[in-house]
Design a protein around this ligand. Sequence first.
Ligand SMILES: [Zn+2]
Length: 344
Amino acid sequence: MGGLGLCNPSANANFEFDSSIQVTSSLTKEIIEQQTCFRMSVVSAQRQAKANVIASRHRQLVCKQSELTPQLPVSLRRIVSLSSEKGASSWLSVLPIEEHGFALHKGAFRDALCLRYGWLPNGLPAKCVCGHGFTVDHAMNCATGGFPTLRHNKLRDFTAAALSEVCHNVAIEPVLQPLSGESFHYATANVEDEARLDVSAHGFWGSRHQKAFFDVRIFNPTAPSYRNTAVSSLYRRFERDKQKMYEQRIRDVEMGSFTPLVFSTFGGMGSAATVAYKRLASMLSTQRGQSYSSVVSWIRCSTSFSLLRSAVTCLRGARSHRGSPVTIGALDLAISEGQVLPSH
Ligand SMILES: [Zn+2]
């Protein structure tokens, strides 16, 4: 719900105590009656009690949310709604396991909180190397340094790697077949000979031989040009734009399917991407022998962390005038007008 998931024990103690009594009551009864054999009815009663507690906590939070939301300034209301989207809070609720890339150092954690609530992070430069004033919105979009491209490529590569576990013939940046006079309904359809999409894979939708194409788009919903549009409309708009560009060409010429993977920099995703990643989670869960819910939450965490790390890099990464990040060993350096400046 856009919060940090931190409870105030002095406010919650009574509820938590009552919940504990509810969940353990069937076991307590067994102990008092000195039952010695395992009874399935006890397990089901406990499961039901847990579900009741979760539902009751959810009702309380919804109530609190509807009480607090009207009190927020309009700009913060939008940010909280963006932070409430599925996937936007995964980085706060997951165990910070470094091996999975789910850990952040303190500076990145503070920057991530600032980005989540629209606060100004400390220690930002006044000016970007491109000459513009350095605001958070500028940092998210400025092409100098190539960070928006890196952000896009990380999600593309994650998707391709996950697809390669369950599909065959997975390709990154597959080139479409050149056209020989085909025409398309939409004026914005891509008709270039060297047109490429982000990822393709066989056997994702439909038959084993059908080729599925995916294209990633990431947008910053707090950018001035998008600020007054509902986020749901932005997802739809970018999905439609991509579909107009590629869908007919892929259907008619490649005889494949096209799925736009639209993400917001806050971690939420469009409906087509949601359906595709659910399908991917279901295939991976069968392949790996893991539960669907754990695979789907691993995908959410991975995409959420990928976007978050990229957002922090956009904010703190070294931008060079030449348009590519400068990395020397563990130390990032920005070379600016003949001087060598540490970036952190
Ligand atoms: Zn810039």
